[in-house]
Ligand binder design. Structure first.
Ligand SMILES: Cc1ncc(COP(=O)(O)O)c(C=O)c1O
Length: 387
């Protein structure tokens, strides 16, 4: 029997906005179940399978009985492998104790916000931004404050712009490079200036590190040793469903964050942590090939979009997204993406998902085969020609 109740979630819970990209995916799946053929360019995850040696490591660990809780902060072997990786990639020495292994980078962000924000504290971030950031900040009781970055500047997070004068009002400044949804990468000089901003906390979301084209991502730790870093295995290692990520926190936060993590999550999955070690220390050839493949698709899609009359002033340099102005077709990105889905059979994410500044834009994910991208572009071109 169904329960009938007047009980309601608290307003804070009711106010949590949906993830529009997921709603669009659900609508696309509904159309597919009716027999429609849909090209998926809305999905923010690699289309590649996790490399076999990583799967094997998890499998072996589970078979060997490595199936119990681990310490809340994660197993030492993984935290040491992570510390070695930071030394090798960025030349920074990080005490393995500063790592907290999490169930992906999403809860890592929550843990950090919950440990640094008092009610009303401001977190500054650029717009467009990853859809979840302001939602998470609000849910914790903080206040997200955004500033624009623009397509014609390659969505550069330029520390010389006027927004930087307001940073002293913020408790934290959030950087995401390479960026979802813009693909912009913060370079060495800009990082140097960002690190000087008069803001207590810098939080650096480095989840797309390693997926970059002709440039190299820098870790916030190269410039601000006390920065909070959030990252994970989802994107570079094609491990979205494994749910494995990490925080690097300043020394003073190690104990409180371990306790919060323990209370909320106990720990990340034990044998998945073993898979993480294999990802970091095993062969990297397959990973390199994935990134080369994303690059080929990137070049292809930039060309195809430009040929169709979309404005792509600066090519994305990282991640696997391109955010392009589509206001010549429709100022309302949600309406446009629904029309593209229903009338052209192509699923793309509406820019409004990533902030007000991205309204009228569309985010294309090129984490799909070049054949699919070509077919998607052909369908969109046909749709535009028919208007
Ligand atoms: C910028 C950014 N940060 C964090 C995440 C969350 O990644 P995960 O929780 O899988 O580590 C995503 C996922 O799309 C993302 O795009």
């Amino acid at each position: 029997m169904n329960e009938v109740t007047d009980l309601q979630p608290v307003p804070r819970a009711r106010a949590m906005p949906p993830f529009r990209a997921m709603q669009l995916l659900a609508e696309a799946r509904r159309l597919e179940s009716q027999g429609r053929d849909i090209i998926h360019m809305e999905v923010g995850e690699p289309d590649f399978k996790t490399p076999q040696h990583i799967i094997e490591a998890a499998f072996q660990a589970a078979k060997n009985g490595f199936t119990s809780y681990t310490p809340a902060e994660g197993i030492a072997e993984l935290r040491e492998a992570l510390a070695d990786t930071y030394e090798a990639r960025y030349g920074v020495e990080v005490n393995p104790d500063r790592f907290i292994v999490t169930v992906g980078s999403s809860p890592a962000l929550w843990l950090i916000f919950s440990a640094i924000l008092e009610p009303g504290d401001v977190v500054m971030m650029c717009d467009p931004h990853y859809a979840c950031y302001p939602n998470d900040v609000r849910y914790i009781g903080g206040e997200p404050v955004t500033f624009p970055v623009r397509s014609q500047d390659g969505f550069r997070l330029d520390p010389g712009e006027s927004w930087s004068k307001n940073v002293d009002r913020a408790k934290a400044f959030l950087v995401n490079s390479p960026s979802n949804p813009t693909g912009a990468v913060v370079d060495h000089d800009d990082w140097r200036e960002l690190a000087e901003l008069p803001v207590p906390y810098i939080i650096s979301d480095e989840i797309y590190h390693g997926i970059e084209y002709g440039v190299k991502s820098h870790s916030a730790l190269e410039y601000r040793p006390d920065a909070f870093v959030v990252s994970g295995f989802s994107k570079l290692y094609a491990m979205t469903g494994w749910r494995l990520g990490w925080i690097i926190c300043p020394e003073n936060f190690i104990e409180p964050l371990r306790r919060i993590h323990q209370n909320l999550f106990l720990c990340a999955s034990s044998f998945v942590q073993k898979a993480g070690i294999a990802a970091l220390t095993g062969p990297q050839g397959e990973i390199k090939k994935m990134v080369e493949t994303y690059d080929k698709r990137r070049v292809f899609i930039v060309g195809a979009l430009r040929d169709m009359g979309f404005d792509v002033p600066v090519e994305p340099k990282g991640a696997f997204y391109i955010l392009t102005d589509a206001r010549h077709l429709d100022e309302n990105s949600e309406r446009l993406s629904h029309r593209l889905l229903n009338e052209a059979g192509v699923a793309v994410t509406p820019g409004i998902d990533f902030g007000q500044e991205a309204e009228g834009f569309l985010r294309f994910s090129y984490a799909t085969s070049i054949e699919s991208i070509a077919e998607g572009m052909k369908r969109i071109k046909g749709w535009i020609d028919s208007l």
